[in-house]
Design a protein around this ligand. Structure first.
Ligand SMILES: *[C@@H]1O[C@H](CO)[C@@H](O)[C@H](O)[C@H]1NC(C)=O
Ligand SMILES: *[C@@H]1O[C@H](CO)[C@@H](O)[C@H](O)[C@H]1NC(C)=O
Ligand SMILES: *[C@@H]1O[C@H](CO)[C@@H](O)[C@H](O)[C@H]1NC(C)=O
Length: 402
C-alpha cells in the first residue's frame, strides 16, 4: 500500500463541496432532451472526482448501487489540463494536488470542475437515467486568473463562481446557460497580495487558496484562504448585491485563532463549520452583511492534519477529516462540541476529499482507492481499489449526484 505517502503530507489539504442535505437541489427547470426525463428517483446515482492530469483531465464517475456500494469507474474528458501544487521543498505533492475543497461541484443535473493547467472551468450535465454519464456543455470558460482550484454554484442566483489560487489569484463568476454553458458576469476580482501572494502553480498548504462557497440562502459568497500562522488566515466574503458578486463589497474576515481555513460546510442557513489543520474546527455565524462571528473554536488534541469538512443532517454531526491518519473527528452540529472519532483500517493512510449520501461517506484515501464508511454504525462498508485504473497523485475533489 502507499503508507509512504504519509510523510509527504505534513498537513495536506483538501477538497470538495457537497450539496447539504437540508438544501436539496432538484433539477433546474427545462429538460435535456426528449430522451432524458426526471422521475427515476435515486435509482441511478454516482460519485464523481477529478483526475487533475497535466496531460489531460477527466471526471471519474463511479456507479452507486442501491445498497450504496460503488463500482465501474469511468472517465469523461474535461476539455482542459491539470496542474499540481508544490510542497515546502518545491516539489509536486504526491496527493491532494489542489490543497483545496470543492474542485468538483454538483447541483441538480449540473456538474462543474476546474482545469488548473488551462485556467478554465468546465460545465457538464448529468444524464438522469445514468448518472455516470456526463456531457460537456459548451466550451470550458476562462477562469479569469491562474490555477483555478475550487468552484461552486448557486441555483437561486443561477451563478457559478471559481477561485483562482495562482500568481493571478481571485474570483470569477458566470451566468449558467443550460445550452451554452458558462458566460462571464462582471470582471475578474483580483486579490491583493495581502490576501494571496502565490506563484503558478502555488506552494502550500500555508497561504494557498482553499475553497469558494455560497451560504445556503445565496446572500453571501465566501472564500477560504490559508495563512501561515494564527491570525493570518482569511475568510473573504462578498455580500450579494442585486444578484451580483462585486469587488466593492469584499470583506476580509480574520480571527486570532484561524491560520489555515481549509474547508467549510454549512450546518444550517447561517452557521458554517470551518476546518483548520493547524488546530481543529470552528463554527461561524455568517450574516448577510458578510461580517462573520466566531461561535465556537475547538482544538482537536489528537488530530494530525484535519482538512476537509462535511456534515450529515440525519446524525446532526459535522466531520473534520484527517489527511494524515484514517480518522474522521465528529462534532455535535448544535453545540460545536467534539464528540469522538472513528475511521477505516489504518492501512488506508489518511482520508481526503469526501462526500456524504444516504448515511454513507465516500472518501478518497491515501492509498489508491475510495473507502465507503457507514456513518451511523461507524463501520467500513467497502474499499474500492483503483490501483491500475489511474495515478493517485491526480485525484482530487468528490461529489455525488443529487
Ligand atoms: C515534497 O514532495 C516530494 C515528492 O512528492 C517528496 O519526496 C518530499 O518528501 C516532499 N517534501 C515535503 C517536505 O513534504
Ligand atoms: C451491494 O450491491 C452490489 C451491486 O448490486 C453487490 O455486488 C453487493 O454484493 C451488495 N452488497 C451487499 C453487502 O449486499
Ligand atoms: C509577496 O511575495 C514576494 C516574494 O516572496 C515578497 O517579496 C513580497 O513582500 C510579498 N508581498 C506581500 C504583500 O506579502
Amino acid at each position: 500500500m502507499r503508507l509512504s505517502l504519509l510523510p509527504l503530507l505534513p498537513f495536506a489539504a483538501v477538497a470538495l463541496a457537497q450539496v447539504p442535505e437540508f438544501h436539496p437541489h432538484g433539477p433546474p427547470p427545462g429538460s435535456w432532451g426528449q430522451g432524458w426525463g426526471w422521475g427515476s428517483g435515486y435509482a441511478n446515482k454516482a460519485i464523481y472526482f477529478l483526475e487533475n492530469n497535466p496531460s489531460g483531465s477527466s471526471i471519474v464517475s463511479m456507479k452507486i448501487s442501491t445498497n450504496g456500494s460503488i463500482s465501474n469507474p469511468k472517465r469523461t474528458a474535461t476539455g482542459g489540463v491539470g496542474s499540481i501544487t508544490l510542497n515546502s521543498t518545491g516539489q509536486p505533492v504526491a496527493a491532494d494536488s489542489f490543497q483545496s475543497q470543492s474542485s468538483v461541484f454538483v447541483s441538480g443535473d449540473y456538474l462543474f470542475t476546474v482545469n488548473a493547467g488551462s485556467d478554465t472551468v468546465s460545465m457538464f450535465r448529468i444524464d438522469p437515467h445514468d448518472a455516470t454519464n456526463i456531457m460537456l456543455v459548451g466550451s470550458p470558460a476562462g477562469s479569469g486568473g491562474q490555477f483555478p482550484n475550487s468552484v461552486t454554484y448557486s441555483r437561486a442566483l443561477n451563478t457559478a463562481c471559481v477561485l483562482n489560487g495562482g500568481a493571478k489569484a481571485g474570483v470569477m463568476c458566470y451566468h449558467v446557460d443550460r445550452q451554452l454553458g458558462l458566460i462571464p458576469t462582471g470582471s475578474f476580482i483580483q486579490f491583493s497580495k495581502s490576501i494571496s501572494n502565490e506563484t503558478t502553480p502555488p506552494t502550500g498548504p500555508p497561504e494557498s487558496s482553499s475553497q469558494i462557497f455560497f451560504n445556503p440562502t445565496s446572500t453571501v459568497l465566501l472564500v477560504d484562504q490559508k495563512g501561515s500562522k494564527p491570525g493570518s488566515g482569511h475568510i473573504v466574503t462578498y455580500p450579494i448585491v442585486n444578484g451580483a458578486v462585486t469587488a466593492a463589497e469584499q470583506i476580509d474576515n480574520q480571527f486570532p485563532n484561524i491560520a489555515l481555513p481549509f474547508a467549510a460546510v454549512f450546518l444550517d442557513d447561517t452557521r458554517a463549520f470551518i476546518v483548520d489543520p493547524s488546530c481543529g474546527a470552528s463554527i461561524f455565524t455568517v450574516p448577510a452583511s458578510g461580517h462573520l462571528v466566531q461561535d465556537t473554536h475547538v482544538t482537536i488534541p489528537t488530530q494530525l492534519a484535519v482538512c476537509w469538512a462535511n456534515y450529515d443532517a440525519r446524525l446532526n454531526t459535522a466531520y473534520a477529516i484527517d489527511v494524515a491518519q484514517a480518522l474522521l473527528f465528529t462534532f455535535d452540529a448544535t453545540t460545536g462540541a467534539l464528540t469522538g472519532s472513528f475511521g477505516p483500517d489504518a492501512i488506508y493512510g489518511g482520508l481526503f476529499d469526501s462526500v456524504i449520501s444516504n448515511g454513507l461517506m465516500y472518501s478518497l484515501t491515501a492509498t489508491d482507492g475510495v473507502v465507503v464508511l457507514d456513518l451511523a454504525s461507524k463501520g467500513t462498508r467497502q474499499y474500492f481499489d483503483l490501483t491500475g485504473f489511474g495515478v493517485r497523485q491526480f485525484w482530487t475533489g468528490m461529489a455525488v449526484s443529487s
